[in-house]
Design a protein around this ligand. Structure first.
Ligand code: SF4
Ligand code: SF4
Length: 370
């Protein structure tokens, strides 16, 4: 096994274990994974409701999430992107973004020129942006969801608080897990945590409602009116209704929305599922017996990879059952923590290309797929 510093993301040479197929002693070249396999050395680190220290890749992901959340809030303020209903045109990177229809109706340009304007200023940017977005998802999965999406940041934050309040990530979880982190350390469950959980859910909802309004109306007007506690009637209705709906969604259905209700997530998942060589969580099936570590007396007492998954998935399953995986990597980090004392480390890792295909083939052979 390749040695590397703790907390580093490193690429190892192809290994028969990489894709979870064959055995460590097998030397047949055809059984080796010829493509990149990424291991994340995260041990020893706490991950979960009571965890404090995050592994390097999870810290990096948190920074990306925080950065994108701030961008989501300030993009309209700095005219990076918004549609101004009072002026009836979009603003992109500080520039007015018009389709030229006003000039067409005023007789200033011909129908052909207007059609070219629509093609160049509307259709091509949308189609190009969507194609790039889908291509990334096809290759690497729902990276946008797990690393950037401001909604998923809320999902993870409320999940953690709710687990401290009732032992479950979601009120729809069938049963509470033992109140232990993946490294086996205990944390306390206290119903008083419901207070910050609910307050933060409503605060996030209000924040989202105001931010969404600034994508449609001049941010200076929206924030100015709020500062003076004098929003217009329509602004108050919009903010009140959006805050209510989003609060309910954040409290009751946040990860369900990501799984079943979000079109952005759905199209990423469809693109990802269509590529059998796409990056995916790989499980080293020949080492499956080592999963007993999770249930040892000094372990977490539950399958840590499943316990930390914000989408409530079972990461050891085949890709077909992982449609909603957001590539957040928390399951890998949790497993690396559980297996921190073993030389071979985590049983879960990112795999792609041939290793991903072989991993799926193994699942087929065991009758759990196809
Ligand atoms: S894959 Fe890792 S975290 Fe999941 S049950 Fe097995 S040992 Fe535990
Ligand atoms: S399966 Fe792993 S990578 Fe996918 S959403 Fe769950 S924790 Fe994140």
């Amino acid at each position: 096994m390749m040695k590397h510093a703790k907390g580093e993301l490193v690429a190892r040479p192809p290994s028969p274990l990489a894709g979870g197929y064959c055995s460590a002693r097998c030397a047949r070249e055809s059984h080796r994974a010829p493509n990149k396999v990424f291991y994340v050395n995260t041990a020893p680190a706490k991950v979960g409701a009571g965890g404090t220290a995050l592994p390097t890749d999870q810290r990096r992901r948190l920074l990306w999430q925080m950065g994108f959340f701030i961008l989501f809030i300030v993009a309209p303020v700095f005219d990076l992107f918004r549609y101004d209903l009072t002026r009836n045109h979009a603003i992109v990177l500080g520039m007015e973004w018009r389709l030229g229809l006003d000039a067409l109706f005023a007789g200033g340009i011909s129908g052909t020129e207007a059609a070219i304007n629509i093609l160049l200023r509307l259709l091509l940017p949308i189609i190009g942006g969507a194609a790039l977005f889908i291509a990334i998802a096809w290759r690497w999965g729902r990276l946008y969801c797990g690393w950037l999406c401001p909604h998923f940041s809320v999902v993870e934050t409320i999940n953690r608080l709710m687990r401290r309040a009732c032992g479950k990530h979601s009120i729809w979880d069938r049963k509470a897990e033992p109140a232990k982190n993946p490294d086996g350390t205990p944390f306390s469950i206290n119903r008083w945590w419901w207070l910050p959980t609910l307050l933060l859910a409503v605060a996030f909802a209000f924040c989202w409602a105001v931010a969404l309004l600034t994508y449609l109306l001049p941010p200076a007007e929206v924030y100015g009116n709020l500062w003076n506690l004098a929003p217009t009637r329509n602004q108050a209705i919009f903010i009140g209704a959006a805050t209510t709906v989003l609060s309910l969604e954040f409290i009751f259905a946040r990860h369900l929305f990501c799984r079943y209700g979000c079109a952005v997530g759905l199209f990423q998942s469809l693109a990802w599922m269509s590529n059998r060589g796409a990056m995916v969580i790989g499980f080293q099936r020949p080492r499956a017996a080592e999963c007993a570590t999770c249930h040892a007396p000094d372990g977490p007492g539950y399958a840590a990879c499943e316990g930390v998954c914000p989408m409530r998935l079972r990461p050891r399953q085949a890709k077909a059952a992982m449609f909603a995986c957001t590539q957040c990597g928390q399951c890998i980090a949790a497993c690396a923590t559980v297996q921190r004392d073993r030389a071979d480390g985590t049983l879960l890792s990112w795999i792609e290309q041939e290793a991903a295909r072989q991993n799926e083939a193994t699942v087929s052979l065991t009758g759990r797929r196809d």
